[in-house]
Design a protein around this ligand. Structure first.
Ligand SMILES: Nc1ncnc2c1ncn2[C@@H]1O[C@H](COP(=O)(O)OP(=O)(O)O)[C@@H](O)[C@H]1O
Ligand SMILES: [Mg+2]
Length: 257
């Protein structure tokens, strides 16, 4: 195992305030690709929907879950059936967490404090975010070194990115100076669709510095894989979606800041 003793763990939020843009698919497949390459990875699922949890063949509301991790000082994690890939699954209780945290002191720092206890066990920690700017998401942004933004190739994408960058700047100014953008990855790209091509060139023009060269195509295998409890790159390593995520993983490692 190529585990690296001296390298610091990097914590990456997978976030976009829009739902259905490929956050979870990116989080699961990028985590799995890096785990297969020998990195030790923890995926924390803080979306009450728990799609990342089920996509890894785990169940929501396990005894070890991200609600207890954030709110009850429990710092355990679960080994998935992929070598080097660990998970803190989602829990339905997460939907009440925002209200529970709102009355507490230092409420933005709960997740960060917990991650500090375990981060030395990993090379990378990926956090799959819900599609909202809730107190949970603020906890994630405070705990993270960087944010990786999946963007769907559609008309309103540019506005969405601009909005998220504003939020990141606000957090950077107040709560977490080190926070930066890890990169933007375009998802569900259909090369025959003229609009998708236009969106891609617009994002390149405005946010080119952040944009990964790897573009994730629309690929039905990526959407089938979760029902088998497997990341697509395990379910069908040869499909176009898996190849794109493997290429993204390489690019991610090359551009590590
Ligand atoms: N590149 C893709 N090609 C086809 N389907 C995809 C792709 N990426 C995601 N999906 C599917 O689209 C839906 C939303 O993706 P998901 O990753 O859950 O987005 P989010 O986490 O942002 O809500 C899911 O059903 C997922 O399987
Ligand atoms: Mg999701």
């Amino acid at each position: 195992m190529s585990n690296t003793l001296n390298k610091k763990c990097k914590i990456i939020a997978i976030s976009n305030q829009k739902g259905g843009v490929g956050k979870t698919t990116t989080c699961v497949n990028l985590s799995a690709a890096l785990a297969i390459s020998g990195k030790k990875i923890l995926l924390i699922d803080v979306d009450a929907q728990g799609n990342a949890t089920t996509a890894l063949g785990l169940e929501k509301n396990e005894q070890i879950n991200s609600y207890d991790f954030i709110n009850r000082d429990c710092s355990d994690y679960i080994q998935t059936n992929i070598n080097n890939l660990f998970c803190i699954p989602s829990s339905n209780n997460l939907s009440a967490l925002d209200v529970e945290l709102s009355s507490k002191d230092q409420r933005e720092y709960f997740l960060s404090n917990q991650i500090n206890k375990i981060k030395n066990d990993f090379d990378y920690i990926f956090i799959d975010c819900p599609p909202s700017l809730s107190m949970i998401t603020i906890n994630v942004f405070v705990a993270s070194d960087s944010i990786l933004i999946p963007v769907q190739c559609e008309f309103y994408s540019l506005e969405g990115i601009a909005q998220l960058l504003e939020t990141i700047n606000a957090i950077k100014g107040n709560l977490n100076k080190k926070l930066h953008i890890e990169g933007i990855v375009m998802t569900m790209f259909d090369k025959r669709n003229i609009l998708a091509n236009n969106v891609l060139s617009n994002v390149k023009e405005h946010f080119g510095d952040y944009l990964y060269e790897s573009v994730i195509p629309r690929n039905v295998r990526l959407s089938e894989a979760p029902s088998f409890g497997k990341p697509a790159i395990i379910y069908d390593v040869h499909c176009s979606g898996s190849k794109a995520y493997l290429s993204l993983a390489k690019e991610f490692l090359r551009s590590r800041k």
